[in-house]
Design a protein around this ligand. Structure first.
Ligand SMILES: NC(=O)c1ccc[n+]([C@@H]2O[C@H](COP(=O)([O-])OP(=O)(O)OC[C@H]3O[C@@H](n4cnc5c(N)ncnc54)[C@H](O)[C@@H]3O)[C@@H](O)[C@H]2O)c1
Length: 438
């Protein structure tokens, strides 16, 4: 049995549940309710979840490393169409049965749940087949490559009684959970906007041993298998925006182009979009993979402060007054500006002030700079996988997870459509689900 790897989050959730305000927090994040140390103890008395991994590439192997530490899980089968990747995974779990065809794996009645870490273009088909075979499913984000596929998976999930998880690890990341509750408490005023971005400087290419494998290995770069930066990166961040507002934007417009990595890829390497909610609030979203200066940030702008969920800090608007004045005086003293731009009677400089960061959590947080393609430590990925393995034993679904994955994937795909058409694009009525509020 592995060591108790995800007790930190479970203790945190248990403590939240014991506090009056915490109960309200948990009722707004119901997928966390079963993640407690007591539930884990109860589950461990039963048996281990027998899970299989489909797609033993880089993210799949990252999940295998995490599975080694999840004491209530046993990896019983591995599947990949690419023998080199399957062989690498078998070194970690030599007793697991290897498969080259996932449909054969699904015939094994001893498997409770499958973890799907294959390219996006295959997510819907493998998920639908796995649910039909009576398996619980944990699938990597995003949900699917097209809106029709997303709807088909959602409908199948509603029809069938199996647990379905999407790896949107921010929903299990302590600093995000605490940040969501800080925003919901109203302490920082109203949410007035969202500003999220992800900047990297990397081409996304992988070495290919022979040319006929190009599209298989570099699947991220081609439209038949990938939604590009939107589904690969923005999906995590747009999901944060729908969680914070409890709403879906009604329309989106934006631009996307291939501006730097002109290497035969089909997906954009630069995107900038604006999503608009019915009440006028906006999400400003930008992603670029040829300059990493701005890193990755999920900023929630509130009328009395700003929360940067990715760093686990918040800034108060009012802290600015003293610092701003000091900064202004220093700048005049040092002759930095001949004329200092000020915002009318408030006498504040309109250059970005020196805000003081306040920590959301008392304990140190791990910050994802955004460069790593496979995964980082302590970002909630282990905890969500542990919750899935628990569901493989109890059979319990995780409330709201599929719905949130549906909302965020739809927003990514809608963004791609808007950039393609270069038109303001409204969310289509036929893809609405009861969970969505506009
Ligand atoms: N949640 C996160 O933070 C995060 C991080 C990285 C990747 N991902 C997601 O994980 C998924 C995989 O990404 P990756 O970087 O590991 O890709 P990868 O190319 O490294 O791995 C994909 C693997 O799937 C295999 N495969 C393809 N089709 C298959 C099929 N029909 N049956 C079985 N195996 C098949 C490939 O051979 C490959 O080994 C993607 O959906 C990606 O978006 C999520």
């Amino acid at each position: 049995m592995g060591k108790e790897v995800d007790l930190g989050l479970r203790k945190f959730i248990k403590e939240l549940g014991c506090m009056a305000a915490g109960t309200a927090v948990l009722s707004s994040m119901p997928w966390l309710n079963s993640c407690t140390p007591d539930k884990l103890k109860e589950v461990r008395r039963e048996r281990k979840a027998r899970v299989a991994l489909i797609g033993t590439g880089s993210r799949g192997c990252y999940h295998l490393v995490n599975l080694r530490g999840i004491g209530h899980a046993e990896v019983v089968a591995l599947c990949d169409i690419y023998p080199e990747n399957l062989a690498r995974a078998r070194e970690m779990f030599p007793r697991a049965t290897p498969y080259a065809d996932y449909r054969k794996l699904l015939e094994d009645k001893n498997i409770d749940g499958v973890i799907i870490a294959t390219p996006l273009g295959t997510h819907a088909r493998i998920t639908l087949d796995s649910l039909s075979a009576g398996k619980h499913v944990f699938c990597e984000k995003a949900m699917a490559l097209t809106m029709d596929e997303c709807k088909a998976v959602y409908d199948a999930y509603v029809r069938q009684g199996k647990a379905l998880y999407y790896c949107m690890q921010r929903m299990y990341d302590e600093k995000y959970i605490k940040g969501f509750s800080l925003i919901a408490s109203g302490e920082l005023g109203e949410v007035v906007g969202m500003r999220c971005h992800w900047f990297r400087n990397a081409d996304w290419r992988r070495p290919v041993p022979s040319p006929e494998l190009e599209r298989q290995i570099n699947w991220r770069l081609y439209r038949e298998s990938s939604g590009g930066l939107m589904t690969e990166l923005a999906s995590h961040q747009l999901e944060v925006c729908t969680l914070v507002t409890g709403k879906m934007p009604v329309e989106v417009s934006g631009f996307g182009d291939i501006i730097y990595w002109k290497d035969g890829r089909e997906v954009y390497d630069s995107c900038s979009l604006v999503y608009r909610f019915s009440d006028g609030r906006l999400i400003n979203y930008q992603t670029l993979i040829s300059n990493k200066f701005n890193g990755m940030e999920d900023q929630i702008l509130c009328s009395r402060g700003t929360v940067d969920l990715s760093k686990g800090v918040y800034y108060l608007e009012d802290d600015h007054t003293v610092n701003g004045m000091r900064q202004l005086l220093n700048q005049i003293r040092d002759g930095i500006f001949a004329a200092v731009p000020v915002a009318g009677p408030s006498w504040r400089p309109e250059v970005k002030g020196e805000y003081v960061p306040h920590a959301i959590l008392e304990s140190p947080v791990s910050v994802n700079g955004g460069q790593n393609m496979t995964g980082v430590e302590n970002d909630g990925s282990l905890e969500i996988l542990s919750a899935f393995c628990q569901s493989c034993i109890t059979g319990a679904k995780a409330p709201n997870l599929v719905e949130e994955a549906y909302c965020s994937t739809m927003l990514c795909l809608l963004g791609n459509e808007a950039m393609e058409k270069r038109e303001v694009t409204a969310f289509p009525d036929r893809y609405r689900i009861p969970y969505m509020k506009f």
